[in-house]
Design a protein around this ligand. Sequence first.
Ligand SMILES: Cc1cc2nc3c(=O)[nH]c(=O)nc-3n(C[C@H](O)[C@H](O)[C@H](O)COP(=O)(O)O)c2cc1C
Length: 404
Amino acid sequence: MLKSVRSVVQLRRFEFSKTTRRLNACGDLDDLRAIAKKRLPGGVFDYFDGAAEDEVTKTENSRAFANVELRPRILRDVSNIDTSTTIMGQPVPFPIALSPTGFTRIAHPQGELAVARVAGAMGLPFTLSTLGTRSIEEVAAVATGPLWYQLYVWKDRGLSRELVQRAKAAGYKSIMLTVDTPVFGRRERDVRRGFTLPPKIGLETFIDGILHPKWTWDFVRNEPITFSAVAGRADVDGSRAITLADYVNSQFDPTLSWKDLEWIREESGLPIMLKGIQCVEDALVAADMGVDAIALSNHGGRQYDGAPAPIALLPEVMQAVGNRIEVLVDGGVRRGSDVVKACALGARGVMFGRPYLYGLGAAGEPGVKWALDHITQGVTRTMALIGETSITHMSDGVVKRVRQ
Ligand SMILES: Cc1cc2nc3c(=O)[nH]c(=O)nc-3n(C[C@H](O)[C@H](O)[C@H](O)COP(=O)(O)O)c2cc1C
């Protein structure tokens, strides 16, 4: 009897690690997001997950991928699939780079170090934000893959110069200039919660902290979270609670214009990517000015509603500048099939932010790995399912149509 039961029912081995159990039960990034939401205090989760105004742009960034329909071919040998390419001259195993995100350590004490370690182990570029909470040098010490440095230009140009030079000295390979933040967007979840960095402890935050003891214990036990790029400068290092909007609007230079590009190029001597291009005209100016790469991006919908979804903008940008400059799609990528769709439409690659933050908030470093595995495995699987064997040489007509 026992034998016949055993022949139809197999017992699953008990998994002792709670983190692994939690991750094993995830099917997609929404599941990872749900765990992060449960584990993080509301204000912290909303800071990562939220976007500007009615969050229409954020929603549309992901939704617009559904408008791209692929045209699969069958009975082609897909036993060897090459997903490798180069981005800004650097070889990468997948057409993927990690977008910069500020104040990452608020999700997990390891913050940028955990993300850079996972990206490095997978050979994917990690971008450290100017508003990062681990220093340029700390991240360089743990990274084994390419590093890029994201620059917001400070009103204090000397400070920008110093950061670019430190990044170069530490071996960062490119400068990513974010061009969609002349002023800070209105992120209404943060406004409602009175969210500051670091968080101010009011009654609601106190209760939220008690309801999330693991996060709170980590937060109080680890060194204070500050903007590492300017550590030790009490006026700007974020050690005094301030809203991110007040910080950005008071510190970063809204006079920034195309003519400053030359200055950044000379200071760094590194390839430059402009992140935050939102129309064909600006893509053309960037190509004319000899910029190495552009990322079509609306900051993950965190600046304003009504911005074009990067994947929807891609075809017209490719038509105008495609063979003159590398074009990346940043925002809304949640699956490997999204990566394949962007590349099929001519993008050099994609970038994303929230997917790895959900992983970090849900389970620290293993959570980041789960998010990156989910997306990279999806790239290879989708390629096989549509009968394509090279991400850089997909057949003409692999995209059937882009619905409006
Ligand atoms: C919590 C958070 C912080 C961010 N901080 C920065 C930043 O410091 N600099 C920057 O250029 N972009 C920043 N971004 C935007 C990301 O680099 C990226 O454009 C965006 O996350 C892409 O959308 P996705 O989250 O849908 O992938 C941030 C995004 C999030 C979610």
